[in-house]
Design a protein around this ligand. Structure first.
Ligand SMILES: Cc1cc2nc3c(=O)[nH]c(=O)nc-3n(C[C@H](O)[C@H](O)[C@H](O)COP(=O)(O)O)c2cc1C
Length: 184
């Protein structure tokens, strides 16, 4: 391993894993937990797919259906946390983000790139979370207008590596992601 005390290299490793997660469906980073705060203040967590990881802007993106509960939560409180655990690398990545909900003309290019078979994830009828009479009493038509990109601008990154000696570091946007070591 390179210098274990190199904060920049530690952060670089996390970004490398996040980029790989976007590209490789078998990476555990592909499916982070995405947590929001409900309008009544209750934490809500669910699995999502990581669709973009851009290090220069410190932005990650997730796709969703505009009528899901997470959108209602984000309209009240535009903050989300993402959590990833890489068992082989023994690395935990936690991101705290401010979320923009992009729809319509802003996401046309992204929609065009969604495989046709995956478009049914955006348009479930009745709306996701609605009680139904029977187990399969729903339809999944693709509905372009329901497609949303959640652009998550990262405010804070917390990394924990479990090694012979554990390492934990925090990075914030304000200081240009310089980072600092924390007791693990
Ligand atoms: C492996 C996996 C991947 C998922 N990917 C997404 C996703 O990218 N976007 C999404 O909105 N929901 C995704 N879901 C479904 C969510 O976990 C959740 O059930 C759904 O979005 C409704 O959540 P909400 O009611 O809290 O908004 C995924 C579920 C699983 C199991």
């Amino acid at each position: 391993m390179s210098d274990p005390g190199d904060l920049t290299a530690f952060l670089g490793t996390a970004w490398r894993h996040m980029r790989r997660g976007v590209a490789d469906g078998r990476s555990p980073v592909r499916y982070p937990t995405f947590a929001t705060v409900s309008p009544s203040g209750v934490p809500e967590a669910r699995t999502v797919a990581l669709r973009r990881a851009n290090e220069p802007d410190a932005v990650v993106e997730v796709h969703t259906d505009i009528v899901t509960a997470k959108i209602e939560a984000l309209r009240q409180c535009p903050k989300a946390a993402l959590h990833m655990w890489l068992p082989r690398s023994r690395l935990q990545i936690r991101l705290t983000t401010t979320v923009e909900i992009l729809t319509g003309a802003f996401v046309e290019r992204e929609w065009d790139r969604v495989p046709v078979a995956s478009r049914v994830s955006y348009g479930t009828a009745p709306d996701p979370g609605t009680p139904i009479e029977d187990v399969f009493a729903y339809d999944k038509p693709p509905v372009r207008e329901r497609f949303a990109v959640l652009r998550c601008t990262i405010d804070h990154i917390d990394l924990v590596h479990l090694g012979e000696k554990h390492r934990r570091a925090a990075y914030v946007r304000e200081d240009g992601w310089r980072g600092s070591w924390l007791a693990p």
